[in-house]
Design a protein around this ligand. Structure first.
Ligand code: F6R
Length: 611
């Protein structure tokens, strides 16, 4: 998320910043800004919209100076406006900061700093950092690097911070906790960035900051320190990638990169929602008084892949809260004359936040008096303005047209909401809540284990890339996975695929089975395991080839599988988070086998803004 660039040297900073920002714009493109030290002031120019808007603004200005920082934003806190764009400054205007990540305790820090007399001009978590550094410098009369070293102990969450100060031109101070940051030097310059593409034009020798490190970047030098202020050795790695490969982080396609980013997307989406006492927190969701007690039904509306995350949510919300849940395709919802009133909670899910049908559905729900909560990946998107409250997935920008990491992030966000409702309504025991939270926290590492079976998935993809039809079957939440697996396959490989409730097969679809037809069966749910295996036997008896998504070490599944995707075990309701990853990889590798571009499937758009 977000692109960061910093330059310090003997030349002009601005052209280098803009060049690097253009190369990182794919990481975030809702606003952009630069800060350059010009004499004893910092000139800051920020603009909502694509980088082009900022470039136009700068074309009629003279921003001179040889130390500067720039940022292309993917909003997480505060809408994508000029005022919320980075860099952010302290009260004196002498310190400027850009940031990638999420400062979880920004609320507490902001309140403290306001009490101390600081005034804020944006809604961002980042501005807190500028004022915090200012307050430390005021109190201790110290250097920027000392203040940053102190500040990192106060900040909670994830951050890549890049800071400059007018009193210390010729120097950029950076800090990393979780969010990526790299640095490098070239003839007469020092550089820092959030991604390799920004540096490749100047150097291929990259210093990659590790977690909990602070860097001091000057023309021709990079020094590193730990969070205690002790200097540590610097080592560089030589990057041989070309520019396009660098933008994709070395992956062949954005879709594959985004599939591999899923552990981080899950971590970022869950961050701050579960406290050490096993309580679920939704601090940014402000419910109208009495709403939580009043809800007697929940309606989920969404399209496409988001609809599939809604299918899973129906299972977890009903199981954990005992509130009945209806699920509607957003394009159908308002035309079926649904029954809604002020006791209804409507959950609208849209990764883009711009899907026309979903927006129309939630507008309709509000007119009927329902409370509307949105789940989206895009801060400032239309859905955030129409809903009463918003839960953000923090998956970062998704460039591949087929939704992957946003889907997984939706699953955990919706489960978080379900757990929160259960907690507030007292419908779940403490022990079960704690167990479930532990299982959720384990998911990012377990997704990594699924990613590690890519060799098995690639082999199966090679074997079945020539199929004309593929059937996906599952039961319970496994049906969600079947539907999503089928959608991924059809949209990027153009193979006809259907997701089906396994129990429904014998009411019609089983007629499609003939020798060699691949059937993907999801057999991870414990409750319906035997019934699923019986359905697998049925299709095998009619000649189908079976690709099984099964718990690791499951010998019964192995015996029935032509190809086996083994996944780690988790709580039954969380299985879609792991199972789906195998099927995303399957669709991806089939597309590659067929020589198709997974990132840009025909006829599709990333956000569907017409009905
Ligand atoms: C499939 C896909 C689409 C979207 C659908 C809804 O991979 O991406 O089916 O899920 O167009 O989009 P959002 O979530 O933006 O409402």
């Amino acid at each position: 998320m977000c692109g960061i660039v910093g330059y310090v040297g003997s030349g002009q900073a601005l052209p280098v910043l803009l060049d690097g920002m253009a190369r990182l714009e794919y990481r975030g493109y809702d606003s952009a800004g630069v800060a350059v030290i010009s004499g004893d002031a910092v000139t800051v120019v920020r603009k909502a919209g694509h980088l082009e808007e900022l470039t136009k603004e700068l074309a009629v200005m003279e921003v001179l100076g040889s130390t500067g920082i720039g940022h292309t934003r993917w909003a997480t806190h505060g809408a994508p406006t000029d005022g919320n764009a980075h860099p952010h400054r302290d009260c004196s205007g002498k310190i400027a900061v850009v940031h990638n990540g999420i400062i979880e305790n920004h609320d507490v820090l902001r309140a403290r700093l306001i009490r101390e007399g600081h005034s804020f001009s944006s809604d961002t978590d980042t501005e807190v950092v500028a004022h915090l550094i200012e307050s430390i410098i005021e109190e201790e009369s110290c250097s920027l690097i000392s203040a940053v070293t102190k500040a990192v102990h106060v900040l909670e969450g994830a951050f890549a911070l890049v800071c400059i100060r007018t009193e210390e031109p010729g120097c950029i101070i950076v800090a990393r906790q979780v969010s990526p940051l790299i640095a490098g030097t070239a003839e007469g310059m020092g550089l820092v960035a959030s991604g390799i593409p920004a540096l490749l034009a100047y150097t291929r020798d990259i210093v990659s900051l590790e977690d909990n490190q602070i860097g001091e970047i000057r023309a021709g030098s990079v020094r590193l320190f730990d969070f205690e202020g002790d200097e540590i050795p610097v080592s560089t790695v030589r990057v041989e990638w070309n520019l396009e490969a660098a933008e994709k982080g070395g992956y062949e396609d954005f879709m594959l990169k985004e599939i591999f980013e899923q552990p981080q997307a899950l971590r970022d989406t869950m961050r701050g929602h579960f406290d050490r006492q096993g309580r679920v927190k939704l601090d940014d969701v402000h419910w109208k008084p009495g709403v939580l007690e009043r809800i007697d039904k929940i309606v989920v509306v969404a399209c496409g892949t988001s609809y599939h995350s809604g299918m899973m949510a129906k299972h977890s919300i009903e199981h954990w809260t005992r509130i009945p849940v209806e699920l509607d395709l957003a394009s159908e919802f308002r035309y079926r004359d649904p029954v809604l009133d002020d006791r209804s909670l409507v959950i609208g899910i849209a990764q883009s936040g711009e899907t026309a049908d979903t927006l129309a559905a939630i507008r309709f729900a509000k007119e009927m008096g329902a409370t509307v909560i949105a789940v989206t990946n895009v801060v400032g998107s239309s859905i955030t303005r129409h809903a009463d409250a918003v839960i953000f997935t923090h998956a970062g920008p998704e460039i591949g047209v087929a939704a992957t990491k946003t889907f997984l992030a939706q699953l955990v966000a919706l489960n978080t909401l379900a757990l929160y409702l259960a907690q507030e309504r007292g419908s779940m025991s403490r022990d079960k809540m704690t167990e479930t939270i532990d299982a959720m926290n384990a998911l990012p590492e377990q997704v990594k284990e699924v990613l590690a079976i890519q060799g098995d998935v690639r082999r199966a993809a090679k074997r079945y890339a020539g199929a004309a039809d593929v059937l996906f079957i599952g039961r319970g939440v496994g049906m969600t996975v079947a539907m999503e697996g089928a959608l991924k396959l059809k949209e990027i490989t153009y193979i006809h695929a259907e997701g089906y409730a396994a129990g429904e097969l014998k009411h019609g679809a089983i007629a499609l089975i003939e020798p060699g037809v691949p059937v993907v069966a999801i057999v991870t749910g414990q409750k319906l395991y035997d019934k699923m295996l019986a359905n697998v036997e049925e299709v095998r008896a009619r000649g189908a080839d079976t690709i099984m998504v099964a718990p690791r070490g499951d010998e019964r599944a192995r015996a029935l599988a032509n190809e086996l995707f083994e996944v780690p075990s988790t709580k039954p309701l969380l299985t879609p988070v792991l199972d789906t990853v195998a099927l995303q990889l399957f669709a991806y590798f089939v597309a590659k086998e067929k020589g198709l571009s997974p990132d840009k499937p025909r006829n599709l758009a990333k956000s569907v803004t017409v009905e």
